[in-house]
Design a protein around this ligand. Sequence first.
Ligand code: NAD
Ligand code: TDX
Length: 338
Amino acid sequence: MKKILVTGGAGFIGSNFINYILSNRKDIFIVNLDKLTYAGNLQNLKDVEQNPNYTFVKGDIVNDELVSYLFQKYEITHVINFAAESHVDRSILGSEIFFRTNVLGTNVLLENAKRFGVEKFIQISTDEVYGSLGPEGQFEETTTLQPNSPYAASKAAADMMALAFHHTYQVPVVITRCSNNYGPYQFPEKLIPLMIINSLNNKKLPVYGDGMNVRDWIYVIDHNKAVELVLDKGKVGEVYNVGANTEKPNIEIVKLLLKHTGKTEELIEYVKDRPGHDRRYAIDSTKIKNELGWVAHHSFESAIQDTIKWYIDHQKWWKEIISGDYQNYYQLQYSSHS
Ligand code: NAD
Ligand code: TDX
């Protein structure tokens, strides 16, 4: 039995991971440690609440005493660190919490993995650590890290700490660097859910700059299958890029979402650009394909329609979110872009 400390399991990718893994595997026990920040939501985990192979602990990964207690109590054998402050725009509004959670929090987890010993420590990183691309080329695992936003810099610092713990103390670290995810339970601040929800609400769709920034999209389940493969077969000390070769300019995504929600392009509003906005991301995932046999099973064309349908069918989920503190964030963020 693998006894896995999953951090940030009440967020978008972490909750999809837990739901997926517990419905497919009987050899895994999960302790989900989540601070329940604005982005954490236990509604995402309703289906696993009663599962005997699952337990939830509300707490902060920066809390060394708590983390150390959990390692001992549950005899943790693996760590998957999804917990993070994850939104680039919020990191531009204020960077301190990004440093605290993403860097210090990862450090606390690494220290405990070193102290108690684990079989594997998976650090969930991001393609944003590589910086921005011109019109050609893709990020490879060997590409130099050149993070541009405070968010990306904090994730790159965490990667460096993780690799240093492997090099110095032989902590069995593996890093995954995935491209932009989409799918159910994504918090409405991110491009795809934000645009779907605004469109459903007949609100303007705020496109930064010229709308020609490119992101490389992957369905969250394909990402999580890569994490599962890394858990089972990933080689320690290695970095694996994960991406589904689906580059799209933002404006193309926005127009597609409008079409599928039955609205016109009059809702599009070009607004002031994100400061330091990375122009293009594209990820080369040859390594995880060749070495671990990973493939993306979902095409963008069908998975984006499933995602739109999910938001249409789960209005209660996102209406609760956008009626609360989110309004204050939205006001602050988008008044600075007008
Ligand atoms: P999210 O913001 O939806 O969820 C983050 C979760 O972490 C939340 O449940 C939150 O409550 C929890 N959390 C935050 N601070 C914490 C702390 N100090 N202690 C414990 N829990 C804490 O993020 P996401 O989109 O699910 O991203 C998950 C991970 O994947 C992050 O590490 C992110 O950097 C990485 N990633 C995300 C994407 C993407 O497109 N969303 C792509 C590549 C990598
Ligand atoms: O209102 C908006 N208008 C807009 O034009 C928002 C929220 C975004 N955008 C643009 C900015 C980006 O070019 O859309 C693109 C995607 O933006 P986000 O959804 O904020 O994602 P991004 O900044 O690319 O970062 C995401 O991918 C990598 C995740 O949030 C990170 O956690 C992950 O590491």
